[in-house]
Ligand binder design. Structure first.
Ligand code: FES
Length: 85
């Protein structure tokens, strides 16, 4: 006889999986780290290219150093150099 618990129900596993909350990186354009992350890899090598891929451009510029840091970290993972504007 197989005992089923509430954890064995696939839909409930999906609901109970916790995901890190998104962090706002650019307040002027309301962009989170999740908005930027798809554009960090795959040949994107400058901050302006990332903003262009997101369909906007920096307004105040406060977020640019952080986006540059995210680019560098993504490049380190891929083994490239990036972050120049
Ligand atoms: S916070 Fe990104 S342009 Fe102002």
């Amino acid at each position: 006889m197989m005992l089923r618990t509430i954890r064995n129900i696939p839909m409930l596993q999906f609901v109970t999986k916790r995901r890190e909350p998104a962090m706002y990186v650019c307040l002027c354009n309301a962009l989170t780290d999740r908005d930027f992350s798809p554009h960090m890899a795959g040949g994107t090598s400058s901050v302006s290219m990332v903003y262009r891929a997101c369909g906007c451009q920096p307004q105040c510029g406060k977020c640019v150093p952080f986006v540059r840091q995210m680019l560098r970290q993504a490049a380190e993972v891929e083994g490239k150099s990036a972050g120049a504007d």
